[in-house]
Design a protein around this ligand. Structure first.
Ligand code: FAD
Ligand code: MLT
Ligand code: ZN
Length: 467
């Protein structure tokens, strides 16, 4: 029997996609990576995922797991050899259990993040992971990349939100680690190894996740700032004033919101005088509207008096708050539409942020005059999307010609500022040659040994994370 016939036996003929049906799964969200594959399959259960992996393992065929296909590092795209099978997770999309007393929910890995947020809300809880791709990214993809997003300050990233996993291993056997325990010190933590492994160690088919109480009130403000130094000063003050009530602190260069307004004119910037930088500040309060508003206004008043903020708009209601967040969350789409860009997803300690930006901006402009700096990101986590783009003075071709040199310059500076070259998007295919430049040799060696132990045939997402 051919491989495709064996796969059809497991998932049903209509769930084996070839030709035109396969095409959408061969390219990434930004059209930056394109590969080839024998087919894509849509299993409908963990048992079917297991069957698919067993057949592929027996044939030595690579398996590339793809969920929402929103990876920004080419992580879910097959290479160009053409022998891979793409494993699509979209049919595994059910809630398995909600345990209110334990404050946990167990879901299939193909559930779309937004649907999980809604299910938690309907049950009176909050599932806090939040990112601009939430309408299409899936829980398995969030887990495989240890996704971060805009609420990490208070709730942590995907690893912090996860208690248990179910995983199909490289030989097709199923590991049932769906435990809802907040304490479990019984040896090596396999769960935390699979989280962030980008489809290279196993296929996540379900997860048990933490739920939180819905906050009684939220306050959101957009701040106009003259410098990153002031943005850091506001963060310091906000941390002190709000402690765990501080749920979001995002930084955006003026040029980012100009681009959003240019691409989506219905989205208005709420200040007449455009500042150099914006920050989006949000708190979530357990007590109520009045309490939240009083502490929010007191902190902002102090910040004004100290000269840290030039102007501020406080959302008066949920609609206004959504509009402010929408501006922030449209930056990635606007950049993809308006310019050619190179993404850097760096993190440095917040204390090194000003120095990192000043030095990197200056060095880039000196070497590549006219290059467009489009920095934004999760300043509260020390994570910047230090993205750079083409401009009238620096063409898209110039940008692509200098891709490696620009990548290295930015990553060298992040490293020199005690930072990381990937805060939340992962290594994928795009950063595979960057990783050995910055990881300690010992660390890389241990990672390679783990990969060999989990996937001795190297069939799980080859060409990603490690060469
Ligand atoms: P995919 O893109 O399909 O896959 C991502 C990786 O995970 C691939 O390596 C894939 O092989 C692997 N994988 C997928 N599913 C599984 C599985 N079930 N088991 C094992 N491996 C699997 N990321 C952030 O962290 N924070 C952000 O704020 C953020 N904002 C974004 C905004 C936009 C507009 C876009 C397009 C992306 C953004 N991202 C962000 C990046 C991306 O959305 C996230 O990394 C997301 O978690 C990926 O989920 P996905 O379902 O699309 O995964
Ligand atoms: C975001 O935070 O919006 C994405 O992670 C960033 C990006 O587009 O680089
Ligand atoms: Zn981000």
């Amino acid at each position: 029997m051919t491989l495709l016939a064996s796969l059809a036996d497991i998932v049903g003929q209509k769930n084996v996609l070839t030709g035109e049906e396969l095409a959408p799964y061969l390219t990434d969200w930004r059209n930056m990576a394109t590969g080839k594959a024998q087919c894509a399959v849509r299993p409908g259960s963990t048992a079917e995922v297991s069957g698919v992996v067993k057949v592929c393992a027996a044939a030595g065929v690579p398996v590339v797991t793809q969920s929402g296909n929103t990876s920004l590092v080419g992580g879910a795209t097959p290479d160009d050899k053409g022998n891979a099978v793409i494993l699509l997770m979209s049919r595994l999309n059910k809630i398995r259990a909600l345990d209110a007393d334990n404050a946990t929910i167990t879901v299939d890995a193909g559930m779309i993040l937004q649907n999980l947020q809604a299910a938690a809300r309907d049950a009176g809880f909050l599932f806090p992971l939040s990112l601009a791709a939430e309408g299409s990214c899936m829980i398995g993809g969030n887990l495989a990349t240890n996704a971060g997003g805009t609420q990490v300050l208070r709730y942590g990233n995907m690893r912090d939100l996860t208690l248990g996993l179910e995983v199909v291993c490289a030989d097709g056997e199923i590991w049932d680690g769906l435990r809802g325990l907040r304490k479990d010190n019984t040896g090596y933590d396999l769960r935390d190894l699979f989280i962030g492994s980008e489809g290279t160690l196993g296929i996540i088919t379900a997860a048990t996740l933490k739920l939180f109480p819905q906050p009684a009130a939220k306050c959101t403000a957009m701040l106009a700032l003259s410098s990153v130094e002031n943005a850091v000063a506001v963060l310091r003050r906000a941390r002190k004033a709000f402690d765990t009530a501080l749920t979001g602190y995002e930084l955006m260069a003026g040029v980012c919101l100009d681009m959003v307004h240019q691409c989506f004119p219905q989205q208005k910037i709420p200040f007449a005088d455009k500042p150099a930088w914006y920050a989006l500040l949000e708190i979530s309060d357990a007590e109520g509207e009045e309490h939240a508003r009083a502490m929010f206004e007191a902190m902002l008043g102090e910040s004004f008096e100290a000269g840290e903020i030039d102007d501020a708009v406080i959302a008066e209601n949920l609609t206004q708050s959504k509009d402010l967040w929408h501006l922030r969350e449209s930056i990635t789409l606007a950049q993809a539409q308006a310019v050619k860009s190179i993404k850097h997803d760096i993190s440095v300690p917040v204390s090194n942020m000003v120095s990192f930006i000043e030095k990197t901006d200056a060095e880039l402009q000196e070497k590549f005059p006219g290059l467009l700096n489009m920095t934004f990101g999760h300043l509260g986590d020390g994570n910047l999307h230090y993205n750079v783009g083409s401009s009238e003075r620096f063409s898209g071709d110039d940008l692509m010609k200098n891709y490696d040199a620009i990548y290295n310059l930015v990553h060298d500076n992040a490293h020199a500022h005690q930072g990381s070259i990937s805060a939340e998007h992962g290594i994928g295919a795009f950063k595979i040659d960057e990783l050995p430049r910055y990881k300690q040799a010992r660390e890389l060696d241990l990672m390679k040994r783990i990969k060999a132990a989990f996937d001795p045939l190297n069939i799980l997402n080859p060409g990603k994370v490690l060469r």
